[in-house]
Design a protein around this ligand. Sequence first.
Ligand code: TRP
Length: 442
Amino acid sequence: MAREKWRSGLGFVLAAAGSAVGLGNLWGFAYRASQGGGAAFLLLYLLVVLVVCLPVLVAEMVLGRSTGSSALIAPEKAAGKNWSLMGWLFVIAPLGIGSYYAVLMGWTADTLLHSIFFGLPSDINEAEAFFGSISSGSSVLLGQLVSLFLTAVVVSAGVRGGIERLTKWCMPILFALLIILAIWAATLSGTWEGYRTFLLKWDSSQFFNPTNIRNAFTQAFFSLSLGIGIMISYASYLDRKNKLPKEAIGVASLDTAVGLLAGMITFPIVISFGLKEAVSESTVGALFISLPTGLGSLGFTGRIVAILFFSLAYIAAITSSISLLEVPVSSMMERLGWTRYKAVFVASSLLFLLGLPSALNLNILGKMDSVFGGVLLILGGFLLSIFLGWIVPSRFDQDLDGSNSNLRLRKYLKFMLRWVSPPVIAFGLIVSVIDLAKNWSS
Ligand code: TRP
């Protein structure tokens, strides 16, 4: 069977940006930025994106396009059987992330439906009670199931007919909503205080705070969908003529812009309605408790804003979850010769089962996120930088030669991939593992 291709280069960029822009930008960015890092968190995050992630992003794309293979097969196709373990990492990690991502999507859907049909909570206690009800019992399973089902429908329609078509429509809507909401948030009373407290407050000791460092690395990798083969799969459906470095810059800029804009929406709300404590208390606090509470005190306007915000979050989430499902699906199709339908059915059933523990226990969800959505991504990024920087470096040049992309940019990326990314990511990985172990044992 001939491999599918994206209809257009823009389609690929939007699909990749759709994968990148997700709950990580809205939920993850808000809660990580609110853990006290302030401007130091922001700066570290931006540095990690520019200095180490961008070259790795191009490396992932090169590996996908040059092998034309799914994430499971690409490493061994490029460098032999010894590297097949890396392929397995690229299948296991998206399954792990996808499992709890569907649970988060379910909460988002519940919050959206609740804002539409019943309105918002009137105080923080009511919001906590509401969150308690959506995050337990049958409603969490229903939300998870429906979200997986929608994801499965899109992925089974294929790369062009499903993924490309959905993201082409959703991404512009998402940007429009985001900009409208950011402008609205800029008119609140606590706007500047919100920006200052969470994004601009300067405390240089935070540069050396291990949790802050782990947060910056995790946020950068998670938000870019980097390190576990998403971009390998997506780029395997590409033509040689696409200028990958330029497209990678496009994806990274869109993703970072969305993270910042989302912060410019959530933080003014949090400060304007005096919800600072509630945000940093729990990982779910920022999005699912504080935001509805703050907006609840604004009456009708607040309800409209909540509906727009959670629609936006759901749209962002589904364009990401399809990428998480596509990786195991394309790998099963290629390795086992299954049809797309069969692979989608098996992979999404697996995601449902693997997600049950997270659905039933918040603590487990947090741990899954730290391991699959944190440490494994950073590990994957490290392996990729070694792989394309040192093991099969000629692939990088050969693949990019075909597309006559900017030579200076390529030289820069190659240099960073060989000399800068590996040690810096290794440092981030070690700090993250130690910090996580410390958190878990205390
Ligand atoms: N990047 C997405 C977000 O920000 C989530 C996501 C999709 C992801 N695919 C991924 C994260 C692959 C890590 C790896 O919500």
